[in-house]
Design a protein around this ligand. Structure first.
Ligand code: BGC
Length: 509
């Protein structure tokens, strides 16, 4: 998880010996097992990260345009986002790549300011609608199923100025936008993802201030953002099921979660793992997927206790009303999961007095540790530990009553060039973990690789290359080249087997 890159503590180091003794339920059974015939493979991107065309076709400004354009030092490697992968102009190239890979599904997002330049449906931009119609039609003509994320972080600037995710009206704004989208594309699109990754949206955007709108309020606005995300998601879900049921599609939220493994077998570390899940997963998943709805009790209790010790008259985690609990409960037709990394978590005296101000990290009160061998050379926050995904899938099955799970993002960065061996090891390991989970009865029905081609990685710019296809960002035409991982993924999709010995060369595509 991107946040924990900042708080991984050296202290965990002393526990590494006991950590290695931990149960490792993953067994890497990779001898020619096949993915079930109905299992789907996809790749994903998001509008702001690939479309470019920032001022083409009547697109309005998003809060990301504003943050980048008003602070030239914001993007860590100084790279530009205005053209990105140029998918706005080169969508046919993208569909060609998808066809070459043989994927069943393409998960992409709609740019809200391209469809509604001012955020509200008073003006619907016909060129925005036309662009997505062309993309959807091209996908369908090539036998690829479109799977659309309605909100992947590019909030129209005007709505950000009105308070963005801290204004309860966001539920109305998102619902109205979703209605426009269902009306225009719902005849052909049958799988809708409402909001991408509430925890990352609210922690990076409203706690730590590394993502737009760069608010730093880890103990208050972080929770308020999450609350509004849940209400907005529920509204998008209800509008579909109340007004567009005849379209016959599915609507789900995408929840991000990385695996937490207790560092030792102490009770404190087991509690630390449960609290990690309550804050990063349960805060968003429990209100939707648990039979009783509402936040997890341990989240409610921890924030309320900390708030009262800090002199607050009420909890910094504002409670839902009974009507809101009912409104949110059950509003996802499957579990959309984005997952990348794993952590050992612990709780001991070394954590005391780490935070001066109210903060969700302080409320959660855990330390994290990652094993050196999990490190990924090209990333400061990602860790490769495939058994973590297996354990997470089993955990979700247990805690949320055996949901249908679509893995909507998973992947890693690597260095430039064809031979992206680290990424290939990542994909093979994680796909084996998916097979292990399926063997053990977890209902995983789809795997989506992030990403199709190198994407603009938000505040990291192009310093992290996650594409199956490499893109030349110096060339205005943005040519793309398959990496070895593209060939390996293609072969897995074709054969439905993970062959550890398949070793393609550049001209094998
Ligand atoms: C986001 C993507 C991002 C990816 C890799 C996910 O959290 O949904 O937009 O590119 O992580 O950083």
């Amino acid at each position: 998880m991107k946040y924990f890159r900042n708080i991984t503590l050296l202290l965990g180091f002393i526990y590494v010996t006991s950590a290695t003794k931990l149960k490792n339920t993953y067994n890497g059974r990779n001898e020619n097992r096949t993915f079930p015939p109905e299992f789907l493979f996809g790749v994903a991107t998001s509008a702001f990260q690939v479309e470019g065309g920032w001022n083409q076709g009547g697109r309005g400004w998003s809060m990301w345009d504003y943050e980048i354009k008003t602070d030239p030092g914001y993007i860590s490697d100084g790279s530009k986002y205005e053209v990105a992968a140029d998918s706005y102009n080169q969508y046919k190239r993208d569909v060609g790549l998808l066809k070459e890979l043989g994927v069943n599904v393409y998960r992409f997002s709609l740019s809200w300011p391209r469809i509604l330049p001012l955020g509200t449906p008073d003006y619907v931009n016909p060129e925005g609608i036309a662009y997505y119609n062309k993309l959807i039609d091209e996908l369908l003509a090539n036998g690829i199923t479109p799977m659309i994320t309605i909100y992947h972080w590019d909030l129209p600037l005007r709505l950000a100025e009105l308070g963005g995710w801290l204004n309860e009206d966001i539920a109305t704004w998102l619902g109205d936008y979703a209605r426009v989208v269902y009306q225009n594309f719902g005849d052909r699109v049958k799988t809708w993802l409402t909001i991408n990754e509430p925890f990352i949206l609210c922690s990076l955007g409203y706690a730590f201030g590394t993502h737009a709108p760069r608010v730093i309020s880890p103990g208050e606005d972080f929770y308020e953002c999450g609350r509004n995300v849940l209400l907005a998601h529920a509204r998008m879900y209800h509008i579909y099921h109340d007004e567009f049921k005849s379209q016959g599609g599915k609507v789900a939220v995408i929840i991000s979660c990385d695996m937490a493994l207790p560092l030792t077998d102490s009770l404190d570390d087991a509690e630390a793992a449960e609290d990690y899940f309550a804050f990063t997963l349960g805060q968003y998943a429990h209100p939707i997927f648990s039979p009783q709805g509402n936040y997890p009790q341990r989240l409610i209790d921890r924030v309320s206790r900390a708030s009262s010790l800090q002199g607050y008259k009420q909890s910094r985690l504002r409670p839902f009303t009974p009507e809101q609990i009912n409104y949110i409960r059950g509003t996802s037709d499957f579990f959309g999961l984005n997952s990348y990394s794993s952590y050992y978590v612990y709780r001991n005296d070394s954590l005391k007095e780490r935070f001066a101000a109210p903060s969700f990290e302080d409320d959660m009160y855990i330390g994290t540790y990652t094993a050196p061998e999990w490190a990924i050379e090209t990333s400061s926050w990602m860790y490769r530990y495939a058994p973590g995904l297996y354990n997470l899938l089993v955990y979700l099955k247990k805690v949320y009553n055996d949901p249908v799970i679509y893995i909507t993002e998973n992947g890693s960065s690597d260095k430039m060039g064809f031979y992206d061996e680290e990424k290939i090891a990542y994909y093979r390991g994680y796909l084996n973990a998916v097979l292990d989970a399926i063997d053990d009865g977890v209902d995983v029905r789809m795997y989506t690789a992030w990403s199709l081609m190198d994407t603009f990685e938000w505040n990291h710019g192009y310093s992290m290359r996650m594409g199956l296809y490499e893109m030349d960002i110096e060339d205005p035409n943005r040519p793309v080249f398959p990496r070895k991982s593209a060939l390996v993924y293609k072969e897995i999709i074709r054969s439905r087997v993970i062959d550890p010995d398949y070793n393609p060369e550049p001209n094998d595509l």
